[in-house]
Design a protein around this ligand. Structure first.
Ligand SMILES: Cc1cc2nc3c(=O)[nH]c(=O)nc-3n(C[C@H](O)[C@H](O)[C@H](O)COP(=O)(O)O)c2cc1C
Length: 331
């Protein structure tokens, strides 16, 4: 039995977001209001199983201050999915990633997710992620390789969309008919739609109905435009879903997973103090400058908003070039 079966219903998931859901931000979210599961950013298995491996390891750090974390993988070669999942299960990857920080981390990932939904052009032009919606043979081989490496106890899930250029529920049927996924997260848009139209939750509900008949043990998680726990609970109830995933909502409220968020009442000083905590954790975590600083600056939008003069202050932060400069400005 996997940990997924023991979670509350609905359970709440922090979505994978590249340049966002690293180990530092996941700890900030966990300190505000812990989700039941968090996802890493997507990590490329073909890169991990190449001489470029070390450059990607920072994405696979784990901290003891967070709840269960699922590692999200993407790539093209089933054999590299197999090797990487083996290394997730036996702890090799976390140990390598945390050793960079001089930490002997005993934790391991709670499961693995296969990205079959990212619509970014540079990714799909090679046939990965959302392009797999149109290449079921390869999608099937990747799922089989991951499941074989994971064994019975390590959950394997897929995160995807409801079609590539048009709505295509035969894709969801295909995934469910394999009957081996522990969880399926569905973003209620096609790849072509990117994020330009509202998510279609009726389609997420249809996917749940397909699950009921094709693969009753696969948990269904709905995703798209959820801003708060309360909204997620309503959608889960309406569509009879097991879980709800929140992505961009966390940029508007780091307490999005709380029953009652205090964020709207937080003062400027409180918000800037949380930003300071983020920067300090960042400096402590990436001692070798492993991350792109530009990604860190994006968080200004989260911490510096909702008070007088926020936009002027944000502009000053956007001119910084190092985390130390951000800290100086905060001081
Ligand atoms: C900045 C950013 C990065 C993202 N990176 C990933 C990723 O690495 N893997 C993935 O499956 N989805 C990724 N997504 C998609 C989100 O996980 C989520 O499916 C999407 O934002 C819709 O949910 P939301 O409306 O709650 O944000 C990303 C989205 C954003 C905004």
């Amino acid at each position: 039995m996997s940990f997924l079966e023991e979670l509350p219903r609905p359970f709440f998931v922090l979505a994978p977001m590249d340049d966002v859901t690293d180990v530092v931000f996941r700890q900030i979210v966990a300190e505000c209001a812990k989700p039941d599961i968090s996802f890493t950013e997507f990590v490329n298995v073909d890169g991990l199983q190449s001489p470029g491996r070390e450059k990607l390891l920072h994405k696979l750090k784990l901290s003891e201050n967070e709840g269960p974390v699922i590692a999200q993988l993407w790539g093209l070669k089933p054999e590299n999915f197999y090797k990487t999942v083996k290394e997730l299960v036996d702890g090799t990857l976390v140990a390598e990633a945390n050793a960079l920080q001089g930490k002997d981390e005993k934790r391991s990932f709670a499961g693995v997710d296969l990205n079959m939904g990212c619509p970014v052009k540079t990714v799909i032009k090679n046939g990965a992620c959302a392009a797999l919606i149109n290449n079921r043979e390869l999608a099937g081989e990747i799922i089989d390789a991951a499941k074989q490496a994971a064994g019975e106890d390590f959950p394997v899930s897929v995160k995807t969309r409801v079609g590539f250029t048009t709505i295509d529920m035969s894709w969801i049927e295909f995934l469910l008919s394999k009957k081996i996924l522990n969880m399926l997260s569905i973003h209620g848009r096609t790849a072509k739609e990117l994020s330009s139209v509202p998510a279609n939750w009726d389609l997420v509900g249809q996917a749940r109905q397909l699950r009921d008949s094709l693969s009753p043990s696969t948990l269904i998680v709905g995703n798209g435009d959820v801003m708060s726990r309360q909204q997620g609970e309503e959608l889960a109830q309406k569509y009879k879903l097991d879980g709800i995933m929140i992505g961009r909502g966390i940029f508007h409220d780091p307490f999005a997973f709380a029953e009652h968020s205090p964020w709207a009442r937080w003062s400027e000083a409180q918000k800037l103090e949380l930003f300071r905590r983020h920067i300090e954790l960042y400096l402590d975590t990436y001692k070798k400058n492993e991350r792109r600083f530009e990604a860190l600056r994006k968080f200004c939008k989260l911490y510096i908003s909702g008070f007088d003069d926020a936009s002027e202050l944000r502009a000053r932060f956007m001119e910084t070039k190092t985390p130390q400069q951000v800290l100086q400005l905060l001081n």
